[in-house]
Design a binder for this molecule. Structure first.
Ligand SMILES: [Zn+2]
Ligand SMILES: [Zn+2]
Ligand SMILES: [Zn+2]
Length: 130
């Protein structure tokens, strides 16, 4: 615990702090730019490597945006939920999933399809942007 250690923050801590501070999806380039603003020496390849690591650990979620770019946000995937994304400000809200039983039942009856997984994403305007 020398005096220098206070100034040395690991890339992983910097990136999780950034993602925690703003609930929205960031591209690796955006994260890199933000860290540069904080006069951080983290390289873009370190940002990519760190994001990959956080993804593997299940601490963040990834999403390919409209332009085909991979973006990342803080997430707790061990608790099943979906994301409602504001198309004005990009804010991400976690939405609990409760209406799947009915849909699973109609898939079974109408299509003979057995549902065992699903992905869903909601797009709209958040409380602040409505
Ligand atoms: Zn999430
Ligand atoms: Zn919004
Ligand atoms: Zn669900």
């Amino acid at each position: 615990m020398g005096t220098r250690s206070a100034y040395v923050t690991k890339p992983r801590e910097q990136i999780t702090a950034l993602l925690r501070a703003e609930p929205r999806f960031f591209s690796a380039a955006e994260i890199h730019r933000r860290l540069e603003d904080e006069a951080s020496k983290v390289s873009l390849s370190t940002v990519y490597r760190t994001l990959e690591h956080l993804l593997e650990r299940g601490e963040i979620a990834a999403r390919v945006d409209e332009s085909g770019e991979s973006t990342y946000t803080m997430c707790a995937p061990e608790r099943h939920h979906h994301h409602a994304i504001c198309r004005v400000c990009g804010r991400v809200e976690d939405v609990t999933c409760s209406t799947m039983d009915q849909l699973a039942e109609s898939l079974r009856q109408l299509h003979g399809f057995e549902l065992d997984d699903h992905k869903m994403e909601f797009s709209g305007r958040c409380r602040a942007c409505r």
